[in-house]
Design a protein around this ligand. Sequence first.
Ligand SMILES: O=C(O)CCC(=O)C(=O)O
Ligand SMILES: [Fe+2]
Length: 390
Amino acid sequence: MAPAPIDPRIVDVAPPRKDSLGLPGPTRERLEKAGIDLSSGYPYRPSRPLYIDDVYNIRNFDRSHVDPGTRADPEKKALLSAAKEVFDLTRHIGTEIVGLQLKDLTDQQKDELGLLIAERSVVFFRDQDISPQQQKELGKWFGEIEIHPQVPQVPGVAGVSVIWPELQATENPASFRRPGGSSRWHTDLVHERQPAGVTHLHNDTVPTVGGDTLWASGYSAYEKLSPLFRQFIDGKTAIYRSAHPYLDRKNPEAGPKYVEREHPIVRVHPATGWKALWVNRAMTSRIVGLDKAESDVILGYLFDVYEKNPDIQVRFKWSPRTSALWDNRITIHNASWDYEGSQPRHGTRVTSLAEKPVFDPNASTRREKLGLLGQEEIQELISVKELGLK
Ligand SMILES: O=C(O)CCC(=O)C(=O)O
Ligand SMILES: [Fe+2]
């Protein structure tokens, strides 16, 4: 008897992962055996046109968001004492935890992980045994799961996106000189009313060399600015643009348009209370109230501060079955395309939406709160306060 045909809709569904999403090699093979033509991109993409209300319907209202980090024991003992090893990858950003399985964390440990991500911006766990379903369950702890209308989802597990860069490159050409896509500094879902909080990317397969991801700290980018310049940008807002275009149902003939949203450019994280610069070159288009030329100069400078200071960045080398959990409220990230799709790289991603971005003029910076300020910085702060009194 001939073997039963493989149903491409279920090929990636059932846990455990080795039987579900599996490795991209086998996934690709299985899809091809099922007669699915991969040359034109993902087989899991919705085939109907996408409208602006696909974004708005489910998200354009006030959802209450209580950040798990606000409930956590500040010392994070339940999480940290259960780990075999915990080490920082750089001074300002990035921590790796060894000896814990994300799928087995207790509620208390999940709250503490929320706080650790808020403090360290990105936290890594290698050798994870986690199915797409378990990844989604964990994501719910950090906020409402976003179901991306345009990014392919694991069939049957809405809210778990498939990240498969070399297949994506068949749709949107990527080259060494123009890597595009996620291979540029950005942060996720800025066009939402309540944008992304924690994103959890689990890469089950990675190239032997290359395909690193970089993150830069928004707390530290803000602290790189002079106190006087911080006063200028504090409380200003900008227009943030979606990564993908959508059709207007009332006027579809006008063609797809990007969704725009106004948010503060400096925001305060609810769990740490620290201020962070929150702009990114790919999606922040202009500062409200300034002339375009002024906005271009200032935004260009702010992007540079974030992108050009290696001391506030971490560059992570993946191994198979590694999870990275980062906080989009306080970081930008960039996936290196140095491997140019020459080897498989494949994973699943869950993003939890957080609060509507808030600015609080009375909040402090990370360095102030942690007592890390140098003499020169203290002096600068004093002189700015004096200027304010005049
Ligand atoms: O593939 C990566 O390393 C990151 C991709 C990305 O930008 C994302 O998942 O938001
Ligand atoms: Fe991203």
